[in-house]
Design a protein around this ligand. Structure first.
Ligand code: ADP
Ligand code: MG
Length: 445
């Protein structure tokens, strides 16, 4: 053990403090430090769900906590006990080797996100068909393809699927996959280090350019300028461009009109909210991939309670899988209702806007009338965005209804608010806890 146990224990007690009892007990307590070597902590976990969950929720938490204690950077490797299914291990290692092979060519696609693993239903069949069509002859039709849709509905999955398919079909093509955030950072750093020439050469050589979350460049003048020129030169040489966004080009405020019109030159395809049947099919597909068996009634229960976000749907499955394999209890409705009680609101009493308003008003000490009104001071706007976000999470109201209830906003503003708060929650642990607290209050009321 090389005397590192002490640091491990200290790091873990800080994590415990930070996350509170219930999260710590379920996800962290079952972990054991196996050994420590060459600045790598090898951690035993009970099953694969732990890794999935940590990767989704707190990817850097353990390594950062260890770094604080030890005073130097540490990486973490999680290892599942020997009982793990061999077939699953094989898939994992195949994905990992594909990931690193691509990364060595500078392509950071996620090997898990393919057309095969994408469930097609009425809400996304248009995007799916367009994306597949593009892979038949990149650059020759639908250029650019502009994909938009709400948070967690599969945009990143889809854009990766296109990338993975093209890598397989056309090994010689130069392909770039970046988030708009990365693109922005590269622009900034190229300007700072006077490497604009290299930057231009790099992107303008692409046969395929995939850009995720383009709404991020709103308000960023230099990045928009650079993207505009990149776009034009790629378009002129018939390179395929695929762009994703959380809203339609029309609804991205703060981008130049000439860029907006470029976005609308090819095909615009939206991913809509999934129907219950699609959600059920996605649950079964994920369950199968994880070698979990879930009964029909459980799948329907989860699918009908988790309203829109597919990432959340998967989160439920991961939590169930972890819990069931820890306790040995079968996955049935009783377990589901017990384990997912804080994720899923009871369906029988519909939640009203008034309850949310009251909770937000109590928490922030802001008058309800201001939250519902049009004032735009920082505090009020923030409280209102959180209210919209919570309304989206907990009610069945449409985006437009939510917008009307809070300051007469349009649905794009609500989408924006939801995305923003989701992001802030990930970055700011205090805010995250605050929102959890408000949600618990609302559910208890
Ligand atoms: P977005 O980029 O739109 O926020 P993601 O592409 O990250 O959403 O999707 C969130 C999660 O849901 C991912 O794990 C993705 O694999 C999964 N997902 C979304 N849509 C589907 C689908 N149609 N079939 C299977 N998985 C899906
Ligand atoms: Mg995404």
């Amino acid at each position: 053990m090389s005397g590192k146990e002490e640091f491990w224990n200290m790091a873990f007690s800080k994590i415990h403090e930070k996350l509170g009892d219930s999260v710590f007990e379920l996800w962290f307590k079952p972990m054991k430090l196996h050994h420590f070597k060459d600045k790598v902590a090898y951690i035993d976990i009970p099953n694969r769900f732990f890794k999935d969950w940590i990767d989704d929720n707190y990817p850097h938490l353990i390594s950062e906590a260890l770094e604080v204690e030890l005073g130097y950077p540490v990486s973490v490797k999680m290892r599942v006990g020997t009982k793990e299914d061999g077939a699953l291990k094989k898939i994992d290692s195949r994905n990992e080797s594909r990931r690193s092979k691509l990364a060595s060519r500078g392509i950071y696609l996620n090997p898990k996100y393919t057309f095969d693993s994408f469930v097609v239903g009425p809400s996304n069949q248009f995007v799916n068909a367009a994306a597949k069509r593009i892979c038949e002859g990149p650059g020759s039709i639908y250029n650019p393809l502009f994909i938009y849709g709400g948070v967690g509905l599969g945009k990143t999955h889809m854009i990766n699927a296109i990338g993975n398919e093209i890598v397989d079909r056309y090994p010689g093509k130069v392909i770039f996959y970046v988030s708009a955030e990365q693109f922005t950072n590269e622009v900034i750093s190229s300007i700072r280090h006077e490497k604009m020439g290299e930057f231009k050469d790099k992107y303008r050589n692409a046969d395929i350019l995939l850009v995720d979350d383009i709404q991020f460049i709103a308000g960023k003048v230099a990045t928009q300028e650079e993207f505009f020129h990149t776009f034009n030169s790629l378009y002129a040489r018939q390179s395929q461009i695929v762009i994703s966004s959380d809203r339609a080009p029309m609804d991205i405020s703060d981008i130049t009109d000439r860029l907006r019109s470029r976005f609308s030159m090819g095909l615009i395809a939206d991913i809509q909210l999934p129907e219950v049947e699609t959600k059920v099919a996605i649950l079964f597909k994920k369950a199968e991939a994880e070698r979990l068996t879930i009964p029909d009634d459980v799948a329907y229960f989860i699918a009908s309670r988790v309203k829109s976000n597919i990432r959340e749907l998967e989160g439920c499955l991961i939590k169930l899988g972890a819990y069931s394999s820890l306790t040995g209890m079968p996955i049935d409705l009783t377990l589901v209702k017990n384990v997912l009680k804080d994720l899923i609101s009871e369906g029988d009493k519909p939640l009203t806007i008034e309850v949310i308003l009251k909770a937000i008003s109590d928490y922030f000490g802001i008058k309800q009338i201001d939250i519902k009104g049009k004032k735009r001071t920082k505090e009020i706007a923030n409280a209102r965005q959180i209210a919209m976000y919570i309304a989206k999470q907990l009610t069945t109201m449409s985006l437009s209804e939510i917008g009307r209830a809070f300051g007469g906003k349009d649905h794009a503003t609500v989408i924006y608010a939801c995305k923003l708060i989701e992001k802030k929650r990930q970055a700011d642990e205090n805010l995250n806890k605050g929102i959890d607290h408000i949600i618990r209050k609302i559910k208890a009321s």
